[in-house]
Design a binder for this molecule. Structure first.
Ligand code: FAD
Ligand code: NAP
Length: 443
């Protein structure tokens, strides 16, 4: 019997498990599956942890999410085609939920089946090599510190790529008297009340960490971008300036001449695609981009078609794109989809990579990832979902952010699955200090 290893039980790993379960429900015989999850529960980044650094077993903590994190895109854009928000919550809910609500939704679908039976928790994959047409996977039972080896026909890597921080160094850091940290270790903006905060970066973490600090009472927030500013209309007490040059004592000196007293530096400088548990020839090496090379249809490892990667792209689309990838990967494994010859694979990858390299603005990037997701969607029996509406929502959302970065989360969108329209949340995001599910769902 074909044997499949799935590494990671975050949203991507759960999509993979769900795809097999759906095939089985339709009467197909599915392979033997083992999913390895190094944490003691499922949900990946959405499973909040207070921990930073390493856990009680000495294993690096993968979580990068923090208290008061709200969805940064409309929930309608990530809705599962086979499990709507209306089905989960019993009624329409607002478009930008906090983390706990999205976690509940992800887990709600997973709990509908027997997915947990297939997951080995507290189990970290430490090595994967390919020999004699099989993968030899070594894993550690963390609680008992036992190493076990097993053999698989296919490996699905669904370990995420926002867990290992990229940490640059600037002059003066060694002697800076305050705190220097990466957004990976950011847990609670309350910590920075009355502080002068410097945020370095110009992407989603920089935007949200900076706004969180302001919202929860930082004295000032200065964002240092390296290439392009985010350019939003920042509220009073926040500014965006060009590139940190150096730190001198407590002073941050930027290349545009700005000088700012600083208590803390938060590096929002992104993450590394880091796979220490894969043999060198199996490792995807890429930056955070919309079409990492060497992956056929963004999923199949070009040099070994039995190795599949999920969710390795930079992400506008998330949960339903992961589903489309998982359904596609499942059909590759179950031989319902045939992989073309090497030349055609190469041409297909090059076509997408060269299209990606020409993209100039967020609207084009949204179009690109929507086209990619639609193409995958058409290749499997993943249920119907309106990707044209999702495309439209993403563009509208981008424009809302440009209009007002403080109010974009107060808007409402319609579901691409049920068509229902989200109610406006009872409290505008900038005043909503409590991110609990109870408070959010309270009408
Ligand atoms: C701060 C932050 C905020 C975000 N906010 C949003 C948002 O608002 N909306 C949105 O759609 N997306 C958001 N994302 C994007 C996020 O990447 C996806 O939503 C999603 O979590 C990706 O799922 P994943 O399964 O690929 O990875 P992850 O969620 O990272 O899950 C990977 C899993 O693999 C496990 N694992 C890793 N290595 C091993 C190993 N060697 N052995 C066994 N298990 C292993 C980990 O423990 C983890 O459970 C956010 C990301 C970050 C960092
Ligand atoms: N729900 C939420 O509110 C929320 C909050 C945070 C994050 N997220 C998610 O988390 C994921 C990761 O986002 P991310 O922002 O952490 O990573 P990212 O999108 O990969 O961005 C990395 C940023 O780091 C900057 N950078 C790299 N090296 C630098 C250096 N030496 N100095 C200054 N800046 C440097 C890059 O700037 P250059 O352009 O100059 O290279 C870029 O702006 C995304 O999927 C995002 O949606 C969501």
């Amino acid at each position: 019997m074909t044997k499949v290893a799935i590494i990671g039980a975050g949203p991507c790993g759960l999509s993979m498990l769900r795809s097999f379960e759906q095939a089985e429900k339709k009467g197909n015989k599915i392979p033997e599956i083992v999913c390895f999850e190094k944490q003691d529960d499922w949900g990946g980044l959405w499973n909040y942890s207070w921990r930073t650094g390493s856990d009680q077993y000495g294993d690096p903590v993968p979580n990068s999410m923090y208290r008061y994190l709200w969805s940064n895109g409309p929930k309608e854009c990530l809705e599962f085609a086979d499990y709507s928000f209306d089905e989960h919550f019993g009624h329409p809910i607002p478009s930008f939920p906090p983390r706990a609500v999205l976690y509940d939704y992800i887990i709600g679908r997973a709990k509908k089946g027997n997915l947990k039976d297939k997951i080995k928790f507290n189990t970290r994959v430490i090595n994967t090599i390919y020999k004699n047409d099989k993968f030899e996977v070594s894993y550690q039972d963390k609680a008992n510190d036992k190493i076990v080896r097993d053999v698989f026909d296919y490996v699905v890597v669904s370990t995420g790529h926002f867990s290992v921080p990229y940490i640059p160094e600037y002059d003066g850091m060694k002697s800076f008297p305050g705190r220097i940290m990466h957004s990976h270790d950011f847990r609670d903006a309350e910590e920075f009340r009355e502080k002068n905060v410097i945020v370095l970066g110009s992407s989603y973490s920089a935007e949200d960490v900076a706004l969180q600090c302001k919202k929860y009472g930082a004295k000032s927030v200065t964002i240092g971008y390296r290439h392009n500013p985010m350019g939003f209309k920042w509220p009073k007490g926040m500014k965006e300036v060009y590139h940190l040059d150096r730190l001198e004592g407590k002073k941050a000196i930027f290349k545009d001449g700005t000088e700012q007293e600083a208590d803390v530096i938060i590096l929002c400088s992104g993450y590394l695609h880091y796979f220490p548990f894969l043999d060198e020839e199996l490792k995807l090496k890429t930056g955070n981009r919309l079409y990492p090379p060497k992956l056929y249809k963004g999923v199949v490892w070009q040099k070994n078609h039995k190795l599949l990667y999920l969710g390795m792209q930079d992400q506008f689309h998330t949960f339903n794109m992961f589903d489309c990838q998982a359904w596609f990967a499942r059909d590759i494994i179950m031989k319902k989809i045939e992989i073309p010859n090497d030349d055609d694979i190469d041409k297909d990858i090059n076509k997408w990579v060269s299209m990606e390299e020409k993209l100039e603005n967020p609207d084009q990037m949204i179009d690109f990832q929507t086209e990619y997701t639609k193409e995958l969607h058409a290749m499997s029996d993943y249920p119907k979902i309106d990707f044209e509406l999702i495309r439209k929502h993403f563009k509208e959302w981008e424009h809302h952010k440009v209009e007002d970065i403080l109010t974009y989360r107060n808007k409402s969108f319609s579901s691409p699955v049920t068509g229902s329209i989200a109610p406006i949340h009872h409290t505008p995001w900038e005043n909503a200090m409590d991110d609990s599910m109870e408070t959010f769902l309270n009408k």
